[in-house]
Design a protein around this ligand. Structure first.
Ligand code: KG4
Ligand code: ZN
Length: 335
């Protein structure tokens, strides 16, 4: 079979990213992170779309340069179709479709959440099927059962906030800039995870809830600040460590229940929050204790990146799952 050479584009939120894959191997993964949103405490969709327009071409050019592959060698272009901010998605998908039409090659539409899970197939050491994946990002929190690269079933998910959102909102209450997750992680390393306790929800099945945790942190901080206005500054490390510990124990409890009930021992994590050092340590600890084969993507493949779109695009290419714009384009060429 001739070589499969893919360009993949990710632009669902505030990262503009491009990757080149050849026969299942990622040769480049360029990520431009928009920092303008820090000052607004969250992603501003209009600014995100405009920044994607500005950065998409240089990011793609750099991906080609680092891989040594040229545009005329490409066999297909994969892009993030959904979920995401519509203006941001449109920049990546429109670019992918136009470029593909010009090169007379097909496009492959990729689901962003499926791609987070399949980031675990990038490494040499891959999980065996079926595996469970705890997918934790800024917009989603899911336990997914994956029986084949493109066959996934959501066993449970959040009924309100996502885990990344819980990190970011708690960070905001502590006066930290957006996105606060990585900063909570940084300060948590210096604090005591048992210093403070926060409410943990009791949700049935494999579903999650983080809104009660958020409220519990808010009321606690309001009470403490009334007694001591410098409470947060004086206890920042312990607060971050305790908040992180609470979120991670909620995640790990459900993941462990899912592993027990399904009998599946190959366990993965994915999504932006899988970059969290506490969660990475917890997976290792549980893995040793319950004899899981555990897998953690490299840092660059945890937060939004085109490498995960490329690996998903690769499996879709092998399965012949192209998006219909190519059929439309080739059908038109007969007239
Ligand atoms: O997967 P991702 O890059 O984007 C979405 O698809 O949402 O995830 C972003 C989320 C943000 O909420 C961010 O705060 C969180 O992942 N995050 C972290 C860490 N790195 C990123 N949360 C905790 N600890 C980290 N080290
Ligand atoms: Zn994501």
């Amino acid at each position: 079979m001739p070589s499969v050479k893919l360009l993949a584009i990710e632009s669902s939120c505030d990262e503009t990213s491009a990757s080149i894959l050849v026969d299942g191997k990622i040769l480049s993964n360029i990520v431009y992170t928009q920092t303008i949103h820090e000052q607004y405490g969250g992603v501003v969709p209009e600014s995100a779309s405009r920044l994607h327009i500005r950065h998409i071409l240089p990011v793609i050019e750099e991906a080609f340069k680092q891989s040594g592959v040229s545009k005329n060698e490409l066999t297909a272009i994969a892009y993030t179709q959904s979920p995401g901010l519509i203006g941001s998605l449109l920049v990546g998908s429109s670019f992918a479709k136009s470029f593909a039409q010009a090169l007379h090659i097909p496009t492959i539409a990729v689901n962003h959440m499926q791609a987070h899970v399949l980031a675990n197939l990038i490494n040499e050491k891959k999980p065996n099927f079926p595996f469970l994946c705890l997918t934790v990002s800024g917009g989603h929190t899911q336990i997914v059962k994956c029986t084949a690269p493109l066959e996934m079933e959501i066993l449970g998910e959040t009924i309100d906030d996502a885990a990344g959102e819980a990190f970011d909102k708690a960070a905001k209450m502590l006066g930290l800039p957006y996105p606060g997750g990585p900063l909570v992680d940084k300060y948590a390393k210096l604090g005591n995870p048992k210093a403070f306790t926060f409410a943990k929800p009791n949700i049935p099945d494999f579903n999650f809830s983080f809104s009660g945790v958020k409220t519990s942190i808010l009321y606690f901080l309001q009470k403490e600040k009334a007694n001591n206005p410098a409470f947060i500054e004086e206890n920042l490390n312990d607060l971050c460590a305790s908040i992180q510990h609470t979120i991670i124990s909620i995640l790990m409890k459900k993941l462990n229940e899912a592993a027990k009930q399904t009998g599946i021992r190959d366990i993965c994590i994915a999504g932006g929050v899988s970059a969290n050092s506490g969660l990475r340590n917890a997976i290792e600890e549980y893995g040793k204790k319950y004899r899981w084969n555990y897998y953690i993507p490299d840092f660059q493949y945890c937060t939004d990146n085109a490498g995960m779109i490329a690996i998903t695009g690769y499996y879709k290419f092998l399965a012949g799952e192209f998006s219909d714009n190519f059929e439309t384009a080739s059908a038109r060429s007969h007239f």
